[in-house]
Design a protein around this ligand. Structure first.
Ligand SMILES: NC(=O)c1ccc[n+]([C@@H]2O[C@H](COP(=O)([O-])OP(=O)(O)OC[C@H]3O[C@@H](n4cnc5c(N)ncnc54)[C@H](O)[C@@H]3O)[C@@H](O)[C@H]2O)c1
Length: 459
């Protein structure tokens, strides 16, 4: 009898703690899809043979995009906008150098962009301002009948994310985040390997933004980036690390991000940087030197994303994929490890004694990378390397954006990708402010994450 009572008591305790564990997941609101509004998965719009572009934000990043676009056939650059006139003038100089007609200039303050989104002769608004202006410009651009491409991160909080989704769904306009790192050559080639099954099923992925920004802090307009880090805890720049991993895992195309847990360190590097510059003690700096976010997916896969913009470390986006048959790693050395059975005879004809315990030799890696070069990079790889932009990936991104708009095809990245990759910013902050509690990741497709079978780039 005593034993029975003890057993019942244990079951009771277990069930209470189980219920409590479940209750600890923090949930955020998912606004219902307004009546009559449809999703924008695989959104196709009218083809635009000549894409007329207006650029908003011409600081360190924007002018490179202006230059790259001049190398793509079927593009007109009609407007250039920045708070500062010197930036619109120098962007027009880029156009002159490339033999393009001068674009109309808009400058003067942080609201002048409203005239630009309202222009009647523009198809695409290309946004490279500071983070705080991204989403509001994006929403207004779509309301004004334009497609919009927004630098990373395109949205900083859940309200901005849902506003972009709802506006894209309502207006039927494309809203793409300019996540260039998914187009780097190693990532694209690896994605092709994954899609052809070379690594088996991908069960774990890692990505990061590890980049000491000390040489740049003073160059940002109005100190916007340091100010954001000062006032926000969490991974404020997750998309470079997360984007390529989500693509390899077919997120919202058969799987979805389910919840996250974040852990960070105290803040030392950035407060010290500010103190050295201003002589003033800094208190309450929110962003830790190192932030780690772990994500679980619906299909029980795991992702680790890291952020560190202050420690003395070599640049790294990490980019690792662990599959059931192989492994890919980009930083600090690019390499693949594969089960022997996955290495075809055309790659290792002499049946070299390969083992997945170490990377395949350089000669085999080179052959693999040639064989699995991604079809979207094949024809433009040389031009991309010549035009440049982080070694060519920026050009492939712009080229694909224009190619799909010209042909009326779905874009490579949709507004739900934007949402999933950006939501780590507010959700990691919520987790950290609640002792690393798990935070549920909304299904931004509102029930349609399983509608598409896999990621496919339109041809
Ligand atoms: N994808 C990448 O690899 C990559 C690399 C660098 C920067 N970025 C992103 O590009 C964006 C810009 O970064 P940056 O380094 O050029 O910063 P920056 O401070 O050098 O430039 C921002 C520019 O936007 C302008 N601006 C700000 N608010 C504006 C407004 N309301 N209207 C018009 N212009 C406005 C500023 O005058 C400034 O010239 C950021 O979102 C950043 O995260 C992406």
């Amino acid at each position: 009898m005593k034993l029975k009572i003890a057993t019942l008591f244990l079951i009771y305790i277990f069930s209470i703690s189980y219920v409590n564990c479940q209750a600890k997941i923090i949930k955020t609101q998912t606004p219902p899809r307004p009546a009559g509004q449809k999703d924008v998965l695989q959104l196709r719009c009218e083809p635009i043979p000549t894409v007329r572009i207006a650029f908003i934000g011409l600081g360190m990043r924007g002018p490179g995009a202006v230059e790259r676009m001049t190398h793509i056939p079927g593009v007109e650059i009609v407007a250039l906008c920045d708070v500062l006139q010197k930036n619109t003038i120098s962007a027009n100089k880029i156009l002159a150098k490339r033999g393009f007609p001068a674009a109309q200039e808009f400058y003067g303050d942080t609201t002048v962009w409203r005239k630009v989104t309202a222009l009647p002769n523009v198809d695409l608004i290309y946004v490279a301002t500071d983070w705080k202006h991204h989403a509001q410009i994006g929403v207004q651009a779509m309301k004004d009948g334009k497609h919009v491409a927004i630098e990373v991160p395109a949205a900083m909080n859940l309200k901005e994310i849902w506003d972009l989704i709802n506006t894209s769904e309502k207006t039927r306009k494309h809203c793409m985040q300019l996540e260039n790192c998914v187009y780097d050559f190693f990532e694209l080639t690896t994605l092709n390997m994954v899609q052809q099954g070379l690594l088996g099923e991908i069960i774990h992925g890692e990505g990061a933004y590890i980049h000491g920004l000390q040489p740049y802090w003073d160059a940002y307009w109005n100190n916007w980036r340091m100010d954001y880090n000062r006032t926000h805890r969490g991974d404020v720049y997750p998309t470079h690390g997360l984007g390529p991993v989500c693509q390899a895992m077919n997120i919202h195309r058969g799987d979805r991000l389910q919840y996250l847990v974040a852990v960070d360190t105290k803040a030392i590097g950035n407060p010290e940087f500010i103190k050295k510059k201003t002589g003033k003690e800094v208190t309450g700096f929110r962003n830790g030197d190192h932030t780690m976010t772990m994500i679980a997916t619906e299909k029980q896969k795991s992702i680790l994303i890291e952020h560190n913009v202050t420690s003395p470390r070599p640049y790294s986006r990490m980019y690792q994929l662990t599959g059931t048959k192989g492994f890919a790693n980009k930083y600090p050395v690019e390499g693949y490890a594969l089960e022997q059975e996955m290495v075809g005879n055309d790659i290792a004809p002499n049946h070299e004694n390969l083992t997945a315990h170490k990377f395949v030799p350089d000669s085999i890696r080179t052959r693999l990378m040639k064989k699995y070069r991604h079809p979207i990079a094949k024809d433009i790889e040389d031009l991309a390397k010549q035009v440049g932009g982080h070694g060519g990936m920026d050009f492939i991104m712009d080229y694909r954006l224009i190619y799909c708009l010209q042909k009326g095809l779905p874009l490579d990245m949709d507004v739900y990708d934007l949402a999933e990759w950006c939501c780590i910013i507010p959700l990691s902050e919520i987790s950290l402010d609640n002792n690393s509690s798990p935070v549920q990741i909304p299904d931004f497709t509102r029930g349609l994450w399983n509608k598409l079978p896999k990621l496919e780039f339109a041809k």
